[in-house]
Design a protein around this ligand. Structure first.
Ligand SMILES: [Zn+2]
Length: 462
């Protein structure tokens, strides 16, 4: 955390209500410790004179479990079709045009803008699935971590928490031994990923590892990476596209998730990103391992990926988190809303994610799932408004249009489903305010630098 991210509070905090253990608790005292974790959380306590009284209902921050920060520079720039067919793969070809240009300084400025937007959107931590490693000509930078440190600098400047996930990326497809020329910036083997993880941890960064996808890594390298990484989360894109499922079937005789369940020693460390095309048997196989899934509803909608079997994943008890992925959307509540609305449209039912008799409120079921599933995705043992977890919180703005006149018991429902715009008045990360009255505490963070980076990147665009 840098000086730009605001000062640590000097006093305990007191909230009229706070979201604790899946329900609203009244009159809550929250005491951050000097190391940025909750030293104490107590409900039903009158505000002590020493406490700072928060001006709205308090919720825990969410983990954005899947982001490619550089793709923020592409948001809104691929929404037209000039040929007969457009899908994920044609989008990817255009996305690579951005990936081939971005410099470390541009990446820092793009990521800083993104991270301020994520903080405004209710995320206090972001997992960067980081494969844009090398210089535009494909050669490693003098410091091979130059692009990773750009992301770390952006996180430090803005105050958001970061889990860095350097990516194993070796080949263009199951039957292709090497990468395409336009994938030259991504090339890594297991040793390179492990080396970056060591370098990141030496800088004090939280760092797991990632595998781009089954099509992009050999089984031998995957095993070497996961065995050697020892601890920390392991993320992998899987079953996002039907073409990937078909290719995996042709190459291995198994669907991607079935292959992972059979060969990858899945465990709670593992986070299966998207997991869109999964059979009931694959879902049950994942559930037996403790591995989690990361849904990215707006990106999956934007790319025409398909719709995950949310009811089945939930009923199987698989940990579930959400990710902003391509960063067309930076709003956690919108991701939860779309996760539910996709199901309603497909199934012609309402409140699909709710669990009558256990958690009848759809917003609460989805919010708590994302809260609990985000912890292992980010590499945390504890998360939320509980003692020992990082001292992160969101203060809902009672003047937000969607919350006016809403009974306290329905606040979360209104936040997710009543179209709340800019709902977070204040945001805290690790005991420090990063957003106050809707304004980022670092003041000069860096919309102008983002504008300049975009102008450089798109200077030849019409
Ligand atoms: Zn992704």
């Amino acid at each position: 955390m840098t000086a730009g991210a605001g000062k640590a509070p000097q006093a305990p905090l007191w909230a009229p209500r706070a979201w604790i253990a899946g329900r609203w608790a009244e009159a809550v005292l929250l005491v951050p410790s000097a190391d940025g974790c909750w030293a104490d959380v107590q409900a039903g306590v009158a505000a002590p004179d020493s406490a700072r009284v928060l001006q709205g209902a308090v919720l825990p921050g969410l983990v954005d479990a899947h982001s490619h920060a550089f793709q923020r520079a592409f948001a809104g720039l691929a929404e037209r079709r000039d040929s007969e067919h457009d899908d994920f793969w044609s989008w990817r070809d255009r996305m690579y045009q951005v990936a081939l240009r971005v410099t470390p300084l541009q990446l820092r400025d793009i990521a800083a803008q993104l991270y301020v937007e994520l903080l405004r959107g209710g995320y206090t931590h972001v997992c960067e699935f980081h494969y844009l490693q090398h210089a535009p000509d494909g050669r490693p930078y003098d410091d091979p971590g130059a692009m990773a440190w750009a992301l770390a600098d952006a996180a430090a400047d803005t105050g958001i928490g970061l889990t860095l996930l350097p990516v194993l990326y070796q080949r263009a497809g199951f039957a292709q031994p090497s990468l395409r020329p336009d994938q030259r910036r991504f090339a890594t083997d297991a040793d390179a990923v492990l080396s970056m993880q060591r370098a990141a941890r030496a800088r004090g960064l939280r760092c797991g590892v990632a595998i781009h996808s089954l099509r992009a890594a050999t089984p031998e390298s995957m095993a070497q990476l996961v065995d050697s990484a020892e601890d920390g989360p392991v993320h992998i894109h899987v079953a996002e596209q039907t073409a990937e499922v078909d290719d995996c079937l042709a190459a291995t005789g198994q669907r991607p998730i079935a292959w992972l369940a059979a060969h990858a020693t899945l465990s709670p460390r593992w986070q299966l990103v998207h997991a869109t095309h999964a059979t009931p048997q694959e879902i049950d196989a994942v559930a037996a391992t403790g591995a989690g899934i990361v849904l990215c509803p707006t990106t999956e909608a934007n790319l025409g990926d398909g719709l995950a079997d949310l009811p089945r994943w939930l009923s199987a008890g698989v940990p579930l988190s959400i990710g902003s992925d391509s960063n067309v959307c930076r709003d956690a509540l919108e991701e939860l809303r779309l996760a539910e609305y996709g199901q309603r449209l497909a199934l012609r039912r309402r409140n699909v994610a709710a669990q009558p008799g256990v958690q009848a409120a759809t917003a609460a079921r989805l919010f708590d799932a994302a809260l609990q599933g985000g912890a292992p995705a980010g590499g945390f043992d504890r998360w939320g408004l509980v003692r020992g977890a990082r001292a992160d919180l969101l203060v809902a703005d009672p003047a937000c249009d969607a919350l006016r006149g809403v009974p306290p018991a329905s606040l979360l429902d209104a936040l997710v489903f009543a179209g709340a715009v800019r709902p977070w008045r204040d945001v805290m990360v690790a005991g420090r305010w990063v957003l106050r009255d809707g304004t980022h505490c670092a003041g000069a963070v860096p919309a102008e630098r983002f504008d300049a980076a975009m102008a450089e990147l798109w200077s030849d665009a019409s």
